[in-house]
Design a protein around this ligand. Structure first.
Ligand SMILES: Nc1ncnc2c1ncn2[C@@H]1O[C@H](COP(=O)(O)OP(=O)(O)OP(=O)(O)O)[C@@H](O)[C@H]1O
Ligand SMILES: [Mg+2]
Length: 457
């Protein structure tokens, strides 16, 4: 009998030791099966068991008055000679204030974490959960918690265990006209830029933050499409030269930029005339045979276009500013889309810059050196987006805060496009690049338009 008891004990101890050693080994060697088999169930139990405390400490619980049995201590007069007072305990039912956590739905696991729906208390708004997201992430021991969707009375939270942006691999080609997937969102979904929905983009960030790489990813994604590409690269063409075979036009000096902008303005005037002749409000309403090809214009280091070494360049700079602004104002309807990259695009660059920025409705903010640049880039978006932008470390180039079409924002990272990849894509699709001269017909500009040399707005 004793021998049996001993062997049972050894067996139990052995099983305990094996599981103590086995669980970490399982987690290391088979992280996926570990997550589905043990990691997620354990997390889910923890989340449900602690939800009441977590919601209360994150300020998400609401106070209610409820009937409860309470235990009151009632003082009882003791003997006159004693200094202490006796306490007697008495149970009674009375109304007390209790904290009630919002309704937590079913945790739906995915590869990166889980999604869960929450029923809002009266008086709560999704913004309350956006503000509490960081506290929730710490309480649940996960990398981040984000509000991914809202509906009246409900929000969906997405918890991610690790940063999905550490390693981004995605093909930028989306297969749809004027749509690219330059990277991935923090939710694990592809980051999609659709120029027909948001025509113009501002891509800002400090030096080495990944602006040009994003521009390259966009060019790579657009390369296989029937779209004309034009580039302004006043850093001597170092960024866009690998793409030259696919670009219909590339300006690398200020003089070339002025000419290219003149061409674009002429092209817009021409498309405007075509639309007017056909009674169409924009090129997409034109009959297919006369519909012109969309043009995507990329500007790297926009500040270079506005910098003036001396007074003699004033004329060129104001021509550039007027041209860019006009392209931005009219481009949407007439199929010319802008991506403007720069370290900061503020009024200090010159006249017309603020008006230009207002036209760039899509905003991408990479790592920045000062908080003002984040504010300038993202505008008056949710303050949490500004905090997230300021928190992007310098050692993760390509990570950015991206505005959505509906005022929402996301953390995202572009896919790294190597120079070889870039050159290969440009060579492969070089035959799709239309000839610039035939694209920009040389019709006259309408007489009412300010001509070259006039001051920018
Ligand atoms: N998405 C990314 N993933 C990984 N590395 C990246 C990513 N984007 C950029 N990088 C790295 O960061 C470096 C700087 O990127 P990039 O040249 O695009 O920055 P930039 O903002 O254009 O800088 P500059 O202002 O100096 O032109 C690149 O050499 C590249 O190796
Ligand atoms: Mg650059």
């Amino acid at each position: 009998m004793t021998v049996m008891t001993h062997s049972m004990m050894f067996l139990a101890l052995g099983a305990l030791a094996a599981s103590a050693a086995g669980v970490p080994a399982w987690a290391r060697l088979g992280p996926r099966s570990f997550w589905w088999g043990l990691g997620f169930p354990a997390k889910a139990i923890r989340v449900y068991l602690t939800w009441a405390h977590v919601a209360a400490s994150c300020g998400l619980a609401s106070k209610r008055r409820r009937w409860r049995w309470t235990l009151d201590a009632v003082p009882v007069a003791g003997s006159l000679h004693r200094t202490s007072v006796l306490l007697a305990e008495r149970r009674r039912v009375r109304r007390v204030e209790v904290q009630r956590a919002p309704g937590l739905g079913l945790l739906r696991p995915n590869r990166r974490g889980w999604a869960v729906r929450i029923r809002l208390h009266e008086g709560q708004v999704p913004g309350d959960y956006m503000r509490a997201a960081e506290q929730l992430a710490h309480a649940w021991r996960v990398h981040a918690v984000r509000v991914t969707a809202t509906a009246p009375g409900r929000v969906w939270l997405l918890a991610t265990r690790t940063d999905p942006l550490t390693n981004v691999s995605i093909a930028p080609e989306a297969g749809e006209l004027l749509t690219v997937r330059p990277g991935m969102l923090e939710t694990g979904q592809p980051w999609v830029i659709d120029f027909r929905t948001v025509p113009h983009w501002l891509n800002a960030g400090a030096t080495q933050s990944g602006k040009s790489n994003l521009a390259n990813a966009i060019i790579k994604g657009l390369s296989p499409q029937p779209v004309a590409l034009a580039g302004f690269d006043l850093k001597g063409g170092v960024e866009f030269t690998p793409y030259a075979p696919r670009l219909s036009a590339l300006a690398t000096t200020r003089a070339e930029s002025c000419d290219l902008l003149d061409d674009l303005v002429r092209l817009l005037a021409d498309r405007m005339r075509t639309c007017r002749d056909h009674g169409a409000r924009n090129i997409w309403r034109l009959p297919e045979p006369v519909r012109p090809m969309p043009v995507v214009v990329l500007v790297d280091e926009v500040a270079e276009l506005f910098l003036m070494a001396d007074k003699s360049e004033k004329d060129q700079v104001s021509r550039t500013a007027t041209g860019l602004l006009r392209v931005a104002q009219l481009g949407r309807a007439f199929g010319v889309y802008l991506i403007i990259c720069g370290q900061r695009i503020g009024a200090d660059l010159g006249p017309g810059v603020t008006a230009l920025r207002a036209q760039l409705t899509g905003r991408i903010c990479h790592h920045v050196n000062d908080p003002e640049t984040a504010t300038m880039t993202l505008g008056d978006l949710d303050p949490a987006a500004l905090d997230a932008a300021r928190a992007i470390p310098a050692d993760t180039p390509g990570v950015a805060i991206v505005t959505g079409q509906d005022g929402s924002w996301h953390r995202a990272r572009s896919v790294l496009v190597s120079e070889d990849d870039a050159e290969h894509a440009a060579r492969t699709f070089a035959h799709l690049a239309p000839d610039w001269a035939s694209l920009t017909r040389t019709g006259p500009l309408p007489a009412s338009w300010p001509q070259a040399g006039d001051d920018a707005a």
